[in-house]
Design a protein. Sequence first.
Length: 201
Amino acid sequence: MSQLGIGNDTTIVGYDDQGGLGPARLWWVLDYYGHDKSKVLNGGWNKWATEKRPVATEELTVPAAQFNVHLDSGKVCLVEDLLPDMKRPNVVIVDARSPAEYSGFDVRAKRGGHITGALNIDWVRNVTNDALKTFKPAPELRKMYEAAGVAPDKEIIVHCHTGVRAAHTIFTLSLLGYSQLRNYDGSWQEWGDRPDLPIAR
């Protein structure tokens, strides 16, 4: 961050052409490191180019800055935390993977399936199903999550396969005002590879 010219007071705007997947992960990592001045460009490069906004081709160089890390361990859920949390009634586990991964049809680890009790809400449902891939309106998103049982007064633990899609869901929920959010960063890559952990199909 320091070499990129990013300091603790620098506002960071991330964008991509995939509905904000990468920038949301960047936002989550920076949030975990204590940097609260990052944003995701809604619609990303797709919307920017469609609206014919100004672009540049030269590489940008900026002077170095000082970036100090202040880890917030409350943003992360480890497997040791998740095991007891699975049994607590005020905790909701959200699986941001595809329905095929959730059901065990699409296997990307040693085992397929899902964490017992996890709700499957594919991260792609956060954005529009068109070329722009902008975030859906807040009322629509809120209705979708609350109808599935993801209530704002609950502790929400989100995972996917490697924690990237989970970060997008956490970003989305934070936009809706959810405050008790954690990313099980080990996600299915860890859970599916460990034979000692329970799974469901």
